[in-house]
Design a protein around this ligand. Structure first.
Ligand code: GLA
Length: 439
């Protein structure tokens, strides 16, 4: 079922397949909630709810604390690096002053370890009082006044991965708390729960988020916890979540980046096919500006996350990002490929001798493409890569202008049977854009 956000606020819109017993397992365990959910299920048993909150029409962009700042709660030894309201306020300031916001990096996302170890007496989540003395609502106001959005982290299980209170038995209450605080994105992790519960629990949390009436982008870690993933599962996930992690956590290394690219290249269960406006696979954070990648490898991450239509959530210290990394993060051409309105996830079409070729159709459909020649080899010097445009799907007899996706420089004008030939550095990339020359 599709519709505007308003149409989603009907109390009868809940996954129709829920049995009362299952719902009981998932929701708070409080009588009030059970009764209301039972009533919802009964009142429109035939109606199938789906997420259609109008968000993530293109991959979301912003900043997320986890990879760079982890669960550092020691504000005595690390006053600038601990998970605290000061950190998020500083990053919000930098997103604006360094020009990121105006390029689309709008979300400032809190990750794990923001909470107090205990819920309040009425069961509400509360932030750590020392590290967030003004509370999350005040932080959300601060961020909103800067034209930014605030994301938050919770977990579907009894605890977050870092051991803080999870949402199990409090789903509705937590969704309402997030809405009252003015949250704009919720990342719901999947530690400390039975994986078989996710199939019903994640949709229910999505329902509660929508029921608040506040548009909150819903980021699900659901598929990352499921070993065997097929197309039907991805279709279901795309129905209930805006974005979803489906693979391992990224660390600050080339092995992590190349491992994720390989996973996306294999595209098990054809997950690329469910991506589109409103729904995107999330290969995890951007690590440009950290310590682990060479300049060429940073180009690879940026270009490949654009080709894969991936969320661009940086996890770095925006204060110390080197100019060359900042230039890549702020490259308008790459951002435009990532944010292309068709929202098609690019796929790998060739993998041979450490070289890969990837293609992402761009708008206008059938006329422009972005493509990548990726060299995963570590040794020696640049490799020559040569490939005909028509095999990339650029078939027009009128021909194409091919430009460098990073610089916009014209590489050449080609007929569709012509080969584009370029040199590609080790653990490096050539990103091309082929624009149709006809009408
Ligand atoms: C999991 C997630 C990470 C991060 C941590 C926090 O590992 O995949 O992205 O949120 O939990 O504990």
């Amino acid at each position: 079922m599709s519709g505007s956000l308003n149409t989603l606020l009907s109390p009868c819109q809940i996954p129709a397949s829920k049995s009362v017993t299952n719902v009981w397992t998932w929701v708070d365990g409080r009588i009030r909630t059970m009764i209301s959910v039972v009533a919802l299920v009964v009142c429109l048993a035939g109606l199938v709810w789906s997420l259609d909150n109008g968000l993530a029409r293109t991959p979301p962009m912003g900043w997320l604390s986890w990879q760079r700042y982890r669960c550092n709660t020691d504000c005595v030894q690390y006053p600038d690096d601990c998970i605290s309201e000061k950190l998020y306020m500083r990053m919000a300031d930098l997103l604006v002053s360094e020009g990121y916001r105006d390029l689309g990096y709008k979300y400032v996302n809190i990750d794990d370890c923001w909470m107090s170890r205990n819920r309040s007496k009425d069961g509400s989540l509360q932030p750590d009082p020392v590290r967030f003395p003004n509370g999350i609502k005040s932080l959300a106001n601060y961020v909103h006044l800067k034209g930014l959005k605030l994301g938050i982290y919770e977990d579907f299980g009894t605890k977050t991965c870092g051991g803080y209170p999870g949402s199990k038995f409090y789903l509705q209450q937590d969704a309402e708390t997030f809405a009252a605080w003015g949250i704009d994105m919720v990342k719901l992790d999947g530690c400390y729960t039975d994986v078989s519960d996710m199939d019903e629990g994640y949709p229910i949390m999505g329902f509660y988020l929508n029921q608040t009436g506040r548009p909150m982008l819903y980021s699900c870690s659901w598929p990352a916890y499921i070993k065997q993933k097929d197309f039907a599962l991805y279709q279901k996930i795309a129905k209930y979540c805006n974005i979803w992690r489906n693979y391992n956590d990224i660390g600050d290394s080339w092995d992590d980046v190349s491992g994720i690219i390989e996973y996306y290249g294999k595209d098990g269960g054809n997950f690329s096919k469910v991506a589109g406006p409103g729904n995107f696979n999330d290969p995890d954070m951007i690590i440009l500006g950290d310590y682990g990648l060479s300049y060429d490898q940073q180009r690879v991450q940026m270009a490949m996350w654009a080709i894969m239509a991936s969320p661009l959530l940086m996890s770095n210290n925006l204060e110390t990002v080197k100019p060359e990394s900042k230039a890549l993060l702020q490259n308008r051409r790459i951002i435009a490929i990532n944010q292309d309105p068709l929202g098609i996830q690019g796929t790998r079409i060739v993998k041979m001798n450490g070289l890969e070729i990837w293609v992402k159709p761009l708008a206008p459909k059938g006329k422009s493409i972005a493509f990548a020649f990726l060299n995963l080899n570590h040794g020696g010097g640049p490799s020559k890569v040569s490939y005909p445009l028509n095999k990339l799907g650029a078939m027009s007899p009128q021909g194409y202008n091919v430009t460098d996706g990073f610089t916009g420089k014209l590489i050449g004008t080609y007929k569709s049977k012509d080969k584009v030939t370029v040199m590609v550095n080790p653990t490096g990339i050539f990103l091309g854009v082929a624009n149709f020359l006809g009408q």
